[in-house]
Design a protein around this ligand. Structure first.
Ligand code: RTP
Length: 155
């Protein structure tokens, strides 16, 4: 057949060093699993400084950029690829507002954080950035093709 390959939507979701140190890894993964998204990549990873800088390059002019990079490389992160219809926007909802004090209870940041500079988790802000970030954080061989058969319970 011809034409573009239509890929399912994917988000790059990352448990930041504070989330790992505080023992929130299982809790956070559980929320995405129970929602009904599919895990396509997962690793515990010590981030090199150049990768942290590249990931947040759009914020390079912000006054907090240096501190942000130092925070992201301060300990291991859990890097994940989650896939499913609408996963990018839905992940942002599950995660909650950037400033945890503004995040609704029931969201990850609303339930577990108080500081914008220690806000536990990251989620891509668009499908395009999802693909960009997955390309930055994962080797092709680390992206696993498998089927989670949730039919007829979930689509
Ligand atoms: P993320 O990329 O981590 O999912 O966060 P976001 O889209 O909700 O927020 P963004 O504006 O992209 O900011 C990225 C991360 O920078 C840190 N930040 N610190 N005023 C500050 O000190 C400040 N503002 C933002 C946060 O860790 C935020 O998640």
């Amino acid at each position: 057949s011809t034409g573009p390959v239509i890929r399912a939507e994917r988000s790059y979701v990352m448990i930041k060093p504070d989330g790992v140190q505080r023992g929130l890894v299982g809790e956070i993964i559980t929320r995405f699993e129970r929602k009904g998204f599919q895990l396509k990549g997962l690793k515990l990873f010590q981030t090199p400084e150049d990768l942290a800088k590249e990931h947040y390059k759009d914020l390079a002019s912000k006054p907090f950029y240096g501190k942000l990079v130092d925070y992201i490389i301060s300990g291991p992160v859990v890097a994940m690829i989650w896939e499913g219809d609408g996963v990018v926007a839905s992940a942002r909802k599950l995660i909650g507002a950037t400033n945890p004090l503004a995040a609704e209870p029931g969201t990850i940041r609303g339930d577990f954080a108080v500081e914008v500079g220690r806000n536990v988790v990251h989620g891509s802000d668009s499908p395009e950035n999802g693909e960009r970030e997955i390309g930055l954080w994962f080797e092709e061989t680390e992206v696993v093709e498998w089927t989670r058969d949730m039919t007829p319970w979930l689509k």
